[in-house]
Design a protein around this ligand. Structure first.
Ligand SMILES: *Cc1c(COP(=O)(O)O)cnc(C)c1O
Length: 399
């Protein structure tokens, strides 16, 4: 077996080596086929090898790969305009990842208050169970001890309250609060959607206190929940929003979106990124939007999501010793397990179905948004076989 002895030992990797992908399928070096309902953790939003994305990347590769932000980049102008036209935002900053999009969001919020004469307003309130990335600022924002341990003092200016707790939130607000930061649907935290009422309450609290509302839609955005962005489900709009993962369809791309007012503190020289808005990334991002914004695409997501969710609810009824609950929205679904989630992930992998563990003992199912109803049923059949095996094992043990 090949070893990876020269790599950092930061990842627990499954012993699988994929060399090719096609739609919802991944193929190993030995030619075995896996149904990919992990999609690179919601990154491969249009599956593998989508012809429109491949063509866009190849065409741009023939023209120019990289331009510094010392010059105008047409792909940035086009993609930012399309994002602005289809969201709350007026301004977009391009980055290369989710954590970088969040760094920009955090800086934008702090700088906004600084430019209004309030440099003391730099605190950001976040929510328990959050995940915002692995940079020093975003592990402080996420507040999870397992990611903070051993990396020195936690970056200052992040205060955390329980998810969904309005009273605790109100109590945490001070004259130094700059913004609230929340995932409309917690991904890593275990597929917990914020309720519409909670989202509306957050908006109101922000308005009453001159606080900015930042959404982290890195995982739940770009069609995942059946809307272009998840905030649309609640009828409110944020001031700032971090986007990544699905928007690049597998090419590294992140973006920070903001209203003109929220972005007003970000003047020339305040922020930058060498690769941010790279022409290859812009070509792919524009191609992703061609597909996602096409008439009927989000309807397709909602239709397949309904089939998949109903099937999962059925499995919950059939295998109550394995499945406690089904959670999430659209094609961002989670199984709250009654066995250790990693065991359920492994059992699914034995059935050649890929999924992702999450917090709160949840297994995440994040198929490409292009998944068909037939492929969703194929996935359900594999999940059922995995649950069946685990249930038989459990019954044998207790007998
Ligand atoms: C993945 C993720 C991030 C971090 O994105 P990276 O590209 O890994 O930096 C931030 N927020 C959420 C909600 C995520 O799911």
């Amino acid at each position: 077996m090949a070893t990876a002895a020269s790599l950092y030992e930061t990842y627990n990797r499954a012993p699988l080596r994929f060399e090719r992908g096609e739609g919802v399928w991944l193929f190993t070096e030995s030619g075995e086929r896996y149904l990919d309902f992990a999609a690179g953790v919601a990154v491969n939003a249009l599956g593998h090898g989508h012809p429109h994305l491949v063509a866009a990347l190849k065409a741009q590769a023939d023209k120019v790969w990289h331009l510094s932000n010392l010059y105008e980049v047409p792909g940035q102008e086009q993609l930012s305009k399309r994002l602005a036209e289809n969201t709350f935002a007026d301004r977009v900053f391009f980055a290369n990842s989710g954590a970088e999009a969040l760094e920009c969001a955090i800086k934008t919020a702090r700088r906004y208050h600084f430019s209004k004469g309030h440099p003391e307003r730099f605190h950001i309130i976040t929510f328990e169970g959050a995940f915002h990335g692995r940079t020093l600022a975003t592990i402080a924002a996420g507040g999870q001890e397992k990611y903070l341990e051993g990396f020195g003092p936690k970056a200052p200016g992040f205060d955390q309250v329980p998810f969904g707790d309005v009273d605790a939130l109100k109590a945490a607000i001070t004259s130094e609060t700059a913004a609230l930061l929340i995932e409309p649907v917690q991904g890593e935290g275990g597929l917990r959607p914020a309720t519409k009422e909670f989202m509306r309450e957050l908006r109101q609290i922000c308005d009453e206190n001159g606080i900015l509302l930042i959404l982290d839609e890195v995982q739940c955005g770009v069609g995942r929940t059946g809307k272009f962005f998840a905030y649309e489900n609640s009828g409110i709009t944020p001031d700032i929003m971090a986007v990544a993962k699905g928007i690049g369809g597998g090419f590294p791309l992140g973006a920070c979106l903001a209203t003109a007012e929220a972005a007003s503190g970000m003047q020339p020289g305040t922020h930058g990124s060498t690769y941010g808005g790279n022409p290859l990334a812009m070509a792919v991002g524009n191609a992703v939007l061609d597909v996602i914004l096409e008439d009927g695409f989000l309807q397709h997501v909602n239709d397949v999501a309904l089939v998949f969710r109903q099937g999962l609810e059925g499995l919950k009824d059939s295998y109550p010793e394995i499945i406690e609950a089904i959670r999430g929205e659209g094609l961002m679904l989670g199984i709250k397990a009654r066995v250790p989630n990693v065991e359920l992930v492994a059992a699914m992998r034995s059935e050649h179905l890929l999924s992702v563990p999450a917090g709160d003992n949840v297994v995440r199912l994040l198929p490409p948004l292009t998944v068909t109803a037939e492929e969703a049923r194929e996935g359900l059949a594999r999940i059922e076989r995995a649950a069946e095996k685990l249930q038989a094992e459990k019954q044998k043990k207790s007998a």
